[in-house]
Design a protein around this ligand. Structure first.
Ligand code: SAM
Ligand code: SF4
Length: 316
C-alpha cells in the first residue's frame, strides 16, 4: 500500500532477536542487552503472522535482521515459513557472517535468496577491536560459504569510520574485483550516545571516491549509488543515510523483535502488535504506514538520531 506521501511500501525489515554474539562499538553496549522476558518478545508464530499481515498489504520483500539473526535457534525454520508466505517474493538476511559457515546452505535451501554480510575491516586485530570479541577468520569463512551457496546476491556492508577503516577502503573495494559480490560502504549513523566516536569518525561516502579514482559510475540501485572498478566481478555501493538521506524514496517498515512497528528508523514512534490477531496486525500496519513521516530530522555527529533504541534493538 501507499503511505500518505505516495510512497509504495513493499519492504519489511523484521528483527528476529535483539541478542548478538558480537558487540560492535557503534551498535551495542559492551555488556550486551538486558535479556528481556521471553513473554515480551514476538514468538516465531507471531512473526509469521506479521509477515502474512504485511503480505496482505502488498509487502513483497522481507529482510531478516537483528541483533544477530543466526544466534536465534529456529532461524532456518522461520526463514522457510516466511519464504512460503503467499505474496513474499524475496527473503533476505543481514548477518555478521561469523556463524554462516555451516548455515549458508540450510538458509539457501530454506528459501533465503539474498545475503548481506557486515564486515568493517580486513585486519584481525581491528576486527577484534570493533566487534569487541569477534574473529575475522569466522566472518571470512562465512563470506566464502555464502559465495558458494548459490544465493541470488551476496553483498558485503562496511560502516565507514574515520580513523578506523578509511585506510582500508581500497583493500575492501578490491574484494569486489575478486568476488562476484557488491561491496557497500555505509555512513556511520549517530544512533545513541555514540560516545566512542568523535566528529572525525563521521565520514561522508564521497570520501570513498577519493580513494577509488578509477571507479566508474553506474545507475543508482535503491538507496545505493553504484560504481564498478575496471574488470571487477562485483560492484561498489555507497549508502549515505547522513549526507544524503533517502527519505523521499523510503519504501520500508520495521518490526522489532519485541513486537513494535517502527514507521521510521530515526523516530521514537512505535506501534505495538504483540498478542494481536493477524487481522489486527494488518490494521496496525496500515496505521503505521500511514503515519510514516515525510522525512526524519537532520543527522550529524552532534545531532543524534531520535530512534530511542540502539541499532541491535531496532534491526539495522
Ligand atoms: N548483526 C547483523 C549484522 O551485523 O549484519 C544484523 C544487525 S546489524 C544492527 C545490521 C547492520 O547495521 C550492520 O551492517 C551494522 O554494521 C549496521 N549498523 C549498526 N549500527 C550502525 C550505525 N550506527 N550506523 C550505520 N550502520 C550501523
Ligand atoms: Fe551485533 Fe550486528 Fe550490532 Fe555488530 S552490528 S553488534 S554484529 S547486531
Amino acid at each position: 500500500m501507499k503511505d500518505s506521501f505516495g510512497r509504495e511500501i513493499k519492504y519489511l525489515r523484521l528483527s528476529i532477536t535483539e541478542l548478538c554474539n558480537l558487540r560492535c562499538r557503534y551498535c551495542m553496549p559492551e555488556d550486551g542487552v538486558c535479556k528481556k522476558n521471553h513473554a515480551d518478545m514476538l514468538t516465531a508464530e507471531e512473526m509469521i503472522m506479521a509477515v502474512k499481515a504485511a503480505a496482505s498489504l502488498g509487502i513483497t520483500k522481507i529482510r531478516i535482521t537483528g541483533g544477530e539473526p543466526l544466534v536465534k535457534r529456529d532461524v532456518i525454520s522461520l526463514c522457510r515459513s516466511i519464504a512460503n508466505v503467499d505474496g513474499i517474493e524475496e527473503v533476505c538476511i543481514t548477518t555478521n557472517a561469523t556463524l554462516l559457515k555451516d548455515m549458508a546452505i540450510p538458509l539457501r535451501e530454506a528459501g533465503v535468496s539474498h545475503v548481506n554480510l557486515s564486515m568493517d575491516t580486513l585486519d584481525e586485530e581491528k576486527y577484534r577491536y570493533i566487534t569487541r570479541r569477534g574473529e575475522l577468520k569466522d566472518a571470512l569463512e562465512g563470506m566464502e560459504a555464502a559465495l558458494s551457496a548459490g544465493f541470488d546476491k551476496v553483498k558485503l556492508n562496511a560502516v565507514l569510520i574515520g580513523g578506523f577503516n578509511d585506510d582500508e577502503i581500497p583493500a575492501m573495494a578490491e574484494l569486489s574485483r575478486k568476488y562476484p559480490m557488491d561491496v557497500r560502504f555505509i555512513e556511520l549513523m549517530p544512533m545513541h550516545d555514540g560516545g566512542e566516536f568523535g566528529q572525525a569518525a563521521y565520514l561522508p561516502c564521497s570520501k570513498v571516491l577519493e580513494y577509488l579514482p578509477e571507479a566508474q559510475k553506474l545507475q543508482q540501485e535503491g538507496v545505493a549509488a553504484m560504481y564498478r572498478l575496471p574488470g571487477a566481478l562485483g560492484r561498489i555501493g555507497l549508502i549515505s543515510p547522513v549526507s544524503a538521506h533517502f527519505c523521499g524514496t523510503c519504501d520500508r517498515l520495521r518490526l522489532t523483535a519485541d513486537g513494535k512497528l517502527k514507521p521510521c528508523l530515526h523516530s521514537p514512534v512505535e506501534y505495538p502488535i504483540k498478542g494481536m490477531t493477524q487481522k489486527q496486525m494488518a490494521e496496525e500496519m496500515k496505521r503505521a504506514i500511514l503515519s510514516k513521516p515525510a522525512c526524519h530530522d537532520e543527522l550529524s555527529a552532534t545531532q543524534r538520531s531520535n530512534a530511542g533504541r540502539s541499532m541491535n534493538r531496532i534491526g539495522g
